[in-house]
Design a protein around this ligand. Structure first.
Ligand SMILES: NCc1[nH]cc(CCC(=O)O)c1CC(=O)O
Length: 311
């Protein structure tokens, strides 16, 4: 199989996305010294539209334009945050995942200018986040804090915090690390306090289905345990038919002995209802584990909770 000489990498053009591309380029260059890479940045609907994401026509607000560039042949490889890739439907026809990079920190982080932790925040503190998952979990554990809708990439959110539009932010720790701003983190939240979204901290490489030489070339970047975790989590979301505004959290982990487990929750936005499921794979493959945990949540009434939220 011919290894390509040049790989054109398409991605969102946010600082975080471009940092992700640089990681992929560095790993590719190390593993395949003969391969050159080029970056094709595109601006996505999700970057242009700063209102409520549920009002954007269709899904995949952060991935649509990237997928289009790949399919049109303007690029050969797309880098996505798995978290942003819809799981309720298959990948765009003609594309496949070629690798999942080793997972970064999965946790959410609190950013507070005076370095306070979540438990130290005074009542009424305005937390900038538009994520139902974050809003629901905060409502359950810290009902006296106020969530204020805030969108835009991480750098823009930090700017809005600096301007005083909100008092604190909840952002993914991995994202802050990627843009070189881990210094602003006042507390990294344990998954027991804030269960992360499906795909948190995972970068996926996507390419055209028939590009066997390319698939072969980039598959060296695949991290098997991350692949297992991501497969279980995405199957969970698929069976739940979760959407971009779903109050769903899910985290799969491979432990030291190599055992895979998946815990997941479905919430109402007021935090009053929390459905829980946690299972070990045992002899199940990762996708079947994802299905099993989803079915456990559906038995507890997850469908009604998920469908109760506009999208
Ligand atoms: N929704 C945007 C987005 N997509 C992925 C990440 C973080 C990095 C990751 O989990 O891979 C973020 C930012 C955030 O939620 O703070």
């Amino acid at each position: 199989m011919a290894v390509p000489e040049l790989i054109r990498i398409v991605s969102r053009d946010s600082p975080m996305a471009l940092a992700q591309v640089e990681r992929v380029r560095a790993e590719l260059t190390a593993a395949r010294p003969g391969v050159r890479t080029e970056v094709v940045p595109v601006r996505t609907t999700g970057d242009k539209w700063l209102g409520d994401l549920s009002q954007v026509e269709g899904k995949g607000a952060f991935t649509k334009e990237v997928d289009a560039a790949l399919l049109a042949g303007g690029a050969d490889l797309a880098v996505h945050c798995v978290k942003d890739v819809p799981a309720d439907r298959p990948l765009p026809a003609g594309t496949v995942f070629a690798a999942f990079l080793e997972r970064d920190d999965v946790r959410d982080a609190l950013v507070h200018p005076d370095g306070l932790t979540l438990d130290e925040l005074p009542p009424g503190t305005r937390i900038g986040t538009s994520s139902v998952r974050r809003v629901a979990q905060l409502a359950a554990t810290h009902p006296r804090l106020r969530c204020v809708p805030l969108r835009g990439n991480a750098n823009r959110r930090l700017a809005k915090l600096a301007e005083g539009e909100v008092d604190a932010l909840l952002l993914a720790a991995a994202g802050l690390e990627r843009i070189g701003r881990a210094d602003v983190i006042s507390e990294v939240l344990s998954p027991d306090v804030m269960l992360p979204p499906v795909g948190a901290g995972v970068l996926a490489l996507q390419c055209r289905e028939g590009d066997t030489g390319l698939i072969e070339a980039v598959s060296v970047l695949n991290h098997p345990d991350t692949h297992r975790e991501t497969t279980a989590e995405r199957m969970l979301l698929h069976v739940l038919q979760g959407h971009c505004n779903s109050p769903i959290a899910g985290l799969a982990r491979v432990d030291r002995s190599g055992e895979l487990s998946l815990r997941a929750c479905v919430f109402t936005p007021d935090g009053k209802t929390r459905l829980n499921a946690h299972e070990w794979a045992g002899r199940l493959d990762p996708a079947t584990l994802g299905t099993s945990v989803a079915v456990a949540l559906l038995r507890q009434g997850a469908r009604e909770v998920i469908d109760g939220i506009p999208h």
